[in-house]
Design a protein around this ligand. Structure first.
Ligand code: NAD
Ligand code: TYD
Length: 353
């Protein structure tokens, strides 16, 4: 296998840190540069175990800063970009949409342009891998699945900004010949996820016996994938994906939010030695999210048949591992929930209870 120099953007975030952990450990002869602006969602503690590795380095930069990105391409012989840096939380996109347009749309265009300039039409052995979401496809009813052919129909500022970024990636491919690949994944869960997203938020709230805010009737459905399985899929696509193609990645693991909340409650009761049913009493129905997408579900046939990828973990096992991790890493949780998080929580949930 030929050696690579891979620039990973957003590597201090949730998924990026798992992608780096997998690849840095698996490919000792590759070099990795983790580029991250360290927003509220980026945390170097997420990649602390990689810090001393010879094939890993970190650069603090903003993906919208073209001059800074150009300099990074000038310093390192980058042949591959795995672009994960993004604003990623739907509720924040409803409160503050413009930062999503800036980071996700302008940031992706900036990364594409810097790669194109650096590679100067010399595209042999180069790849721009864009990591995206199933939310670009919109919302499903009770039946059906998102395939790679499903029309885009994003409905939140987050998903619209990700859809915009996907279109830009395809535009740089079609117009300039930039070698690209895109994957659109379903909801991830696992260690190091910021506790604004459903699963870590509920684990943290149960730990502190705080209400569990279930939006609307709790009937919305998401397809949950353990984050390490997403990282494995990214590795498979990085090495075997066809240039110009899109791959959908999903867990085949649909849960209504209320049923998922009950699984988390039961798991937490067991792990904390609390009376069975006590955490469920914390469930509190709150006003719905504006424009709340009803259901996401992925058809992952293409990545399975072309690249032999499949999720490795059963959901109950993944949830148990995730709960264990959060309980064993209370210091991590405490550090990310101090300060600004308290203001965020107040703003987001004070009008909901
Ligand atoms: P995250 O919010 O945990 O991490 C995002 C990272 O990007 C952080 O480290 C942050 O500091 C960095 N970042 C933000 N703005 C930046 C900027 N302007 N310049 C440089 N770095 C910046 O997100 P995540 O959940 O790890 O998601 C990573 C990617 O995967 C995103 O592109 C997201 O759209 C996509 N995705 C996420 C999920 C999911 O369930 N979380 C599912 C499918 C796809
Ligand atoms: P989230 O983790 O924010 O992911 P996404 O909106 O990208 O799918 O939310 C998952 C589901 O859980 C979604 O249907 C919204 C719902 N939800 C709640 O009911 N309460 C909450 O406090 C949060 C954060 C989400």
């Amino acid at each position: 296998m030929t050696s690579k120099t891979i620039l990973v953007t957003g590597g201090a975030g949730f998924i990026g840190s798992h992608v780096l952990r997998l690849l840095v450990n698996r490919y000792a002869d590759y070099s990795f540069i983790n580029l991250d602006a360290l927003t509220y969602a980026g945390n170097l503690a997420n990649v602390a175990d990689l810090e001393k590795r010879d094939n890993y380095s970190f650069v603090k930069a903003d993906v919208t800063d073209l001059d800074a990105i150009r300099k990074i391409f000038a310093v390192y012989p980058i042949d591959t970009v795995i672009h994960l840096a993004a604003e990623s939380h739907v509720d924040r996109s409803i409160e503050d949409p413009l930062v999503f347009v800036r980071t996700n749309v302008v940031g992706t265009a900036t990364m594409l342009q810097a790669a194109r300039e650096a590679w100067k039409g010399n595209f042999g052995g180069k790849l721009f891998y864009h990591v995206s979401t199933d939310e670009v496809y919109g919302s499903l009813g009770e039946t059906g699945y998102f395939t790679e052919e499903t029309d885009y129909d994003p409905r939140s500022p987050y998903s619209a900004s990700k859809a915009g970024s996907d279109h830009l990636v395809r535009a740089w491919h079609h117009t300039y010949g930039l070698p690209v690949v895109i994957s659109n994944c379903s909801n991830n869960y696992g260690p190091y996820q910021f506790p604004e997203k459903l699963i870590p938020l509920f684990i943290n709230n149960i730990r502190h016996e705080k209400p569990l805010p279930v939006y609307g009737k709790g009937l919305n459905v998401r397809d949950w994938l353990y984050v390490e399985d997403h990282a494995r899929a990214i590795d498979a696509i990085l090495h075997g994906g066809r240039v110009g193609e899109t791959y959908n990645i999903g867990g085949g693991n649909e849960w209504r939010n209320i049923d998922l909340a009950r699984v988390i409650c039961r798991t937490m009761d067991e792990k904390l030695g609390r009376e069975r049913g006590s955490s469920e009493e914390l469930i509190s129905y709150v006003p719905d999210r504006a424009g709340h997408d009803m259901r996401y579900a992925i058809d992952a046939t293409k990545v399975r048949e072309e690249l032999g990828w499949a999720p490795s973990l059963q959901f109950e096992e993944g949830i148990a591992k995730t709960v264990d991790w959060y309980l064993e890493n209370e210091e991590w949780l405490r550090s990310v929930t101090s300060g600004a998080y308290q203001d965020y929580y107040q703003t987001m949930y004070q009008n909901r209870s």
